[in-house]
Structure formats: structure tokens, C-alpha cells
Design a protein around this ligand. Structure first.
Ligand SMILES: Cc1cc2nc3c(=O)[nH]c(=O)nc-3n(C[C@H](O)[C@H](O)[C@H](O)COP(=O)(O)O)c2cc1C
Length: 450
């Protein structure tokens, strides 16, 4: 099927507007290239300085991006290789929300390690603090080292994690609905809140018991926007049933289309008519000429120590790769069905091997920036061309930008690529809404008990 995507999509106020790209900035340390922190221009000394993140968010807001996004993990592995986690993301969002005015703020929340009450309370508070700009990316987490920080001996089984994730989401949504929008009366001579409009949820399931109501009145957006990034069957089904926007890993248009069509079909099968924008990750090296862009890429690649890269590859493929010969072809790997670890990234590794037949060294280079997400290297026009092509051909509704280096990579994108997209009418020139829901063209949910 090569159907051209319809040029119109519906917005909150039921008017129709031209379909436009959605673009998030995925902020990760000094950038998504594993060696970015080693570069003399990196801000590696500032990773505990919230002003660094505020400045990045301000650049993204200058470019009118939909949102910034933080991933999260719960273990401090391999810290000798480079920075991974530093500031806890929800805490950081509180500060960033005060340093920005319109851009959306999306943080990852683990349904395996949080309880729905904690998560709903934190995210609802941030939605109030930011005036309706919060989103949460629900993940089931991946690594045993994380599980061992939360009372498990190892990461619980994939199916268990997804069953818990769905119940987790339902309980959190229930808690956000436990206060009616007009529950606060604030009548100094009478009631503070109308108790008839603040109701228990009495959730009792296989994983959680949550009585409610929440301690926080209904968030400004009703529900902060739910992102998900499922790659397995269970993950895709959860995303299709519950997510309001979806992150994806697609290293080329063909992979992106396969994911896009599958998810849209699952969304329809779930009886949903929401837009559910799909946003694959995108690594860009922008230069005024192709040669200049390639120099930027090579500069980072050359900073990559191959031993660290092999250790990272071992995590992706679930076996020790340290002895692999760098200039030999990649050894045979188990099929996707036989692989028991996180399947999304593994499927990407298999696909790169299948289509590019790389040596181990070439595979490491490909994975060093963004772990198999799409990479576009070139001039602002050529990158805009490719983004437009994906957008118009069922590859993406937008992109989750993963600059290989920060702040350079996002400055390049905002200063050079965004104006091209704007000139082509593919991206907003100014914000037309003050909430993340508004930026994404999503309806505000009606309270379920109304
Ligand atoms: C853009 C993006 C961000 C992600 N962020 C996180 C994260 O912060 N923490 C995490 O444990 N997993 C994260 N994941 C992994 C996904 O939640 C999911 O586990 C992965 O895509 C594998 O899919 P599966 O769980 O369906 O097997 C992310 C995935 C993508 C594509």
C-alpha cells in the first residue's frame, strides 16, 4: 500500500488544519553519540547543572518544537564509558517548566518500578506546575541491574511487565479522573472542594490496589499525554490501545513504514479514531555542504573507543561481544523469536546486519549514535527532503530528534532545518496552543465518570 497520507487532520476545536510535522527534542546527556561527551565542546561538566537543560529546552522552544523528552533508567552501569543518568527527570522537568513557556515536557515513567499513585501524583503536579504541558512515556524497563534496585532478583518477565503496565496506566488515568474538573469550589465561607466531585476509584487488580482519590486535583490537560514505545507484539498492542503518541525505532523508511502501518492498523482494530502520531527517532548531522556534515559525523566517530562500543553491543544482543574481531563480518545471531531480551533494539540490529552486511566495526559506528535509529547526514534542504518524504509516505507523523551532540546538534537543527520546514509549510512558525495536547492535535479527555 502506497497511499498518500491525507493532508488534513482534525484539531481540538474541530476546525481542520493542514497536517504538520510533530517534532520533539530527545535530550540525553551530551548528545546521543556515545562519544559526544569526549568532544572538547561538550558540556559534560554541566550535567548536574539544571541551567544546561533549561538552555536546551529554550533552544527547542525557539524552534517551536512540540516537546522536549527525557528517557530514564534506574541503574548506574558502565559509568566509566560515559554519562548515562544524572538528574532525575521528573525533578528536572519542574525546573525546566519554569524556564520555558510553551514547549511540551515529556518524561519517562517506569510502570515496573513506580506505583500508579506515585506516578499519577508526580505527573499531575507537573501538569499543574507547567500549565498543561506534561507528557509521560510509560516504559516497562529493561535491565536486571535496574530490577535489583527495586526488590526484584532480575527483570520480571516481559508479559508480566506488560500486564502490569496496562493496569498501571488504567489506575493512573482513574486517579486523574478522581477529581471532576469543577471539583474545587474555593468558597471561603463554605466548602473548599465539592466532596461529591472527588471520588474514590477503588481499583483492585492483579498488580495494584488503589483506593484513591488522588491528592492532586484534575490536571489541566485532564490526562497528561501518554507516550509509549512498544516494539514487541505486546508492546505494540499496548501502544495501540492506550498511547496517545508513539515513539519508534526505524533505521530506514521501509522499517518505518512497516511499523507505521502495523500500528495504525492496530489502533483502528482497537476501535480508536484518535490521530496517535508516530514519531521515529532521528539522528541528524547538519552541514552547509554534505562534506561539512560528514566531517561532523567522523569527528564524533573517531572519539569512540571500540571496547566500550562492544560492551554496549553485548547489551543489545544479549551475549558477550568483547572477543569479536572488529574487521570481520558480524557473527551469526539467534533469530528474533529465540531472543529473550528487549526485542525492539534487537530487531533493528538484525535488520542492519541483514541489509548492510556490516563488519563489526561498521555496525558499531552505525549503533554509536542513537542505537539504530534513522540517521540523516546532509544539508538542511536534503534533510528536510527526507523528513518530508517519510511524512508523506506513511513513515512518520513527526520525529523524535536525537542530536548526536548537544548543544551543537540542536542549534544546527533549529537554526538551519526548522526554517526550511517552515518555508515548506510543514512545521509551525509559532505556537498556536499553550498545552502539549494542543501542540499534538489531541482532544482533552472527558472525565470517565462524567
Ligand atoms: C524513543 C524511545 C525512548 C525510550 N525510552 C526508554 C526509557 O527511558 N526507559 C526504558 O526502560 N525504555 C525505553 N524505551 C524502550 C521501550 O519502552 C521498549 O521497551 C522498547 O522499545 C522495546 O519494546 P518492547 O518492550 O515492546 O519489547 C524507549 C524506546 C524508544 C524508541
Amino acid at each position: 500500500m502506497t497511499a498518500h497520507i491525507t493532508a488534513l487532520s482534525s484539531m481540538n476545536d474541530d476546525s481542520t488544519v493542514k497536517r504538520m510535522l510533530h517534532i520533539n527534542l530527545f535530550i540525553f546527556g551530551c548528545g546521543h553519540h556515545k562519544a559526544a561527551w569526549r568532544h572538547p565542546d561538550s558540556a559534560v561538566e554541566r550535567l548536574g547543572d539544571i541551567r544546561y537543560f533549561e538552555e536546551l529546552a529554550q533552544v527547542a522552544e525557539r524552534g517551536c518544537l512540540d516537546a522536549i523528552f527525557f528517557a530514564d533508567g534506574h541503574s548506574a552501569d558502565n559509568v566509566g564509558d560515559g554519562p548515562r543518568w544524572f538528574l532525575e527527570p521528573l525533578t528536572a522537568m519542574a525546573a525546566i517548566s519554569r524556564a520555558t513557556k510553551q514547549i511540551g515536557l515529556i518524561s519517562t515513567v517506569s510502570s515496573t518500578f513506580y506505583t500508579p499513585f506515585n506516578a499519577a501524583r508526580l505527573v499531575a503536579s507537573l501538569d499543574h506546575i507547567s500549565g498543561g504541558r506534561m507528557g509521560w512515556n510509560v516504559v516497562t524497563s529493561m535491565f536486571d541491574a535496574e530490577a535489583r534496585n527495586h526488590g526484584f532478583d532480575a527483570m520480571p518477565e516481559h508479559a508480566w511487565r506488560y500486564a502490569r503496565a496496562e493496569e498501571f496506566i488504567d489506575a493512573a488515568l482513574g486517579l486523574w479522573d478522581s477529581w471532576a474538573d469543577d471539583a474545587l469550589r474555593i468558597d471561603r465561607a463554605g466548602q473548599y472542594a465539592d466532596t461529591a466531585k472527588v471520588t474514590a476509584i477503588k481499583h483492585k487488580g492483579a498488580h495494584f490496589r488503589v483506593d484513591g482519590p488522588l491528592t492532586v486535583p484534575r490536571p489541566p490537560q485532564g490526562h497528561p499525554v501518554l507516550f509509549q514505545a512498544g516494539a514487541s507484539d505486546q508492546g505494540r498492542d499496548l501502544a495501540a490501545r492506550r498511547a496517545e503518541a508513539i515513539y519508534a525505532v526505524a533505521y530506514d523508511l521501509e522499517a518505518a513504514q512497516a511499523y507505521y502501518r502495523d500500528i495504525k492498523q492496530r489502533v483502528r482494530a482497537a476501535g480508536r479514531h484518535d490521530p496517535v502520531p508516530i514519531m521515529p527517532g532521528l539522528v541528524t548531522y547538519v552541514g552547509s555542504t554534505m562534506a561539512e556534515a560528514r566531517v561532523k559525523q567522523r569527528e564524533l566517530d573517531e572519539l569512540l573507543p571500540s571496547e566500550d562500543a562492544l560492551r554496549q553491543l553485548s547489551l543489545y544482543v544479549g551475549q558477550d561481544c568483547q572477543g569479536w574481531e572488529l574487521d570481520a563480518p558480524v557473527p551469526a545471531l539467534p533469530s528474533l523469536q529465540d531472543f529473550t531480551g528487549p526485542k525492539g533494539r534487537y530487531a533493528t540490529v538484525l535488520r542492519i546486519i541483514e541489509t548492510e552486511k556490516p563488519t563489526v566495526r561498521q555496525l558499531l559506528g552505525r549503533l554509536a549514535a542513537g542505537g539504530g535509529h534513522c540517521t540523516m547526514v546532509g544539508t538542511p534542504e536534503s534533510i528536510a527532503d527526507q523528513m518530508e518524504h517519510w511524512f508523506n509516505n506513511e513513515g512518520a507523523d513527526g520525529f523524535n530528534l536525537m542530536p548526536p551532540s548537544l548543544p551543537g546538534g540542536i542549534n544546527d537543527f533549529v537554526d538551519q532545518v526548522i526554517p526550511v520546514l517552515q518555508r515548506r509549510g510543514l512545521f509551525r512558525k509559532q505556537y498556536t496552543s499553550s498545552t502539549l495536547r494542543g501542540h499534538l492535535g489531541l482532544q482533552r479527555p472527558v472525565r470517565r465518570s462524567d
